[in-house]
Design a protein around this ligand. Structure first.
Ligand code: GLA
Length: 398
């Protein structure tokens, strides 16, 4: 790794990105020394790829907190108190806390992901009695559950006695609630997503199109999170003009609701080789910046070309290098514009072999219905690719 410029240094040097260069990892990465080396060399921020999602904290079926006499604890609403399982995320938190103690001048911080989402959230969480079947709860009850959930998670990490206090610098409070395929945004400018994989979402099943749970999530996050933890709305297809404008309307609505705090827009940046055009990325950054203070690119990766079938890999890697270059140059320039405050870029995975796109069956092309994916700056063998040079030193591209 000697003589290799760390991505975090390049980002800090090229712009005001405050040095937040991040990467998503899963807890099994801690077992892989090569991954750890990539993380500590190139990044100073980590997102847990899955470990802080509701389905991991809540589990497949509910478990309840019990008193010393063995009886189930009840909350103020008479509902059983849920027992959260933080163990998988805390494995990562413990590792990083230990690393930070040994490396006080080079610490790694954590992007919390994610408090409210329709996906990777158990259906029982929305039902009466936390049952697997049966009626969904009322909106009022769901808001109480939401408040309990957000309080429990935030205080586990930043409560007075938490060993992890101060490690998390941002939370994705709400993820992916605008879906133009669900409705005509011109006719229904205030609607939010109601389906996921052909089914109605838990949030829709309870709220029936009322979107108060989104703003309320920001009220609760503002209530329980320390002031210096930044609160984000996060979404994909972030540069699409129709979706972008709908997101801006939602961000404004959140801001205008009493008791909320929203600091930033998380552009997931799951981009492709050809789309979106960099001009649209720029326009999106400017529009979001006119509503919220900060922009972060939160899940950056690039899908391979539509017609790429695995042959002529070198040409595809070079093409990807240039695609990285044009996007990063755009970001670096944007960051210098007045009123734009890009405070971090996170890559969705350390290296190609562990990318969620690697085995994603839905991306088309290729003999087996898949295109081999190479979305990240480091290859299957943890080695630098042209994509890395596209960020760090584009003169090295052929
Ligand atoms: C979305 C989510 C992420 C992750 C990716 C796919 O972008 O925000 O947590 O699940 O999908 O891996």
């Amino acid at each position: 790794m000697t003589n290799i410029i760390p991505i975090k240094d390049r980002l800090a040097q090229k712009s005001a990105i405050n040095g937040k260069a991040g990467v998503a990892i899963m807890s099994d990465a801690l077992e892989d020394e090569k991954v750890i080396r990539l993380v500590i060399t190139h990044y100073n921020s980590i997102t847990c790829e899955n470990e802080m999602k509701p389905e991991i904290f809540l589990g497949d079926a509910p478990t309840y907190r019990v008193d010393s006499d063995g009886s189930i604890c009840l909350d103020d609403n008479g509902e059983p108190v849920l027992q959260f399982d933080f163990s998988r995320a805390d494995k990562i938190m413990d590792y990083i806390r230990d690393y930070n103690r040994k490396n006080p001048d080079d610490i790694i911080r954590i992007r919390g992901h994610v408090l409210v989402w329709h996906s990777q959230t158990p259906d029982w969480f929305f039902r009466e009695g936390y049952a697997a079947q049966g009626a969904y709860v009322s909106k009022e009850k769901m808001l109480m559950r939401l408040e309990n959930y957000i309080r429990e998670v935030i205080s586990h990490y930043d409560g007075d006695n938490s060993p992890y206090r101060g490690m998390i610098y941002a939370w994705d409070v709400v993820n992916e609630q605008i879906e133009p395929e669900d409705y005509d945004l011109t006719e229904n400018p205030g609607s939010v997503r109601f389906t996921c994989n052909g089914k109605t979402t838990g949030w829709y099943n309870v709220f029936q199109g009322d979107i108060s749970y989104i703003s309320q999530a920001f009220v609760f996050a503002a209530r329980y999170a320390p002031k210096d933890i930044k609160l984000f709305y996060n979404d994909y297809n972030d540069a699409d003009p129709v979706k972008r404008d709908a997101i801006c309307r939602l961000l404004k609505q959140i801001k205008e609701t009493g008791g909320t705090r929203i600091d930033g827009m998380g552009m997931q940046a799951h981009y492709s080789m050809d789309t979106p055009a960099v001009g649209l990325i720029g326009e999106a950054v400017r529009k979001y910046s006119s509503v919220v203070e900060e922009i972060q690119f939160t899940e950056f990766d690039i899908q391979s070309s539509r017609n790429y079938d695995g042959s002529n890999k070198e040409a595809e890697l070079q093409r990807e290098g240039y695609r990285y270059k044009e996007i990063f140059e755009t970001i670096f320039c944007l960051d210098k514009e007045t009123g734009i405050n890009i405070t971090g870029i996170t890559f969705w995975g350390t290296h190609d072999a562990v990318s969620w796109l690697h085995n994603f069956s839905d991306v088309g092309g290729g003999a087996d219905g898949k295109r081999p994916q190479m979305p990240l700056p480091f290859d299957d063998d943890y080695k630098i690719k042209p994509a890395y040079w596209g960020i760090v030193d584009s003169f090295k591209l052929e």
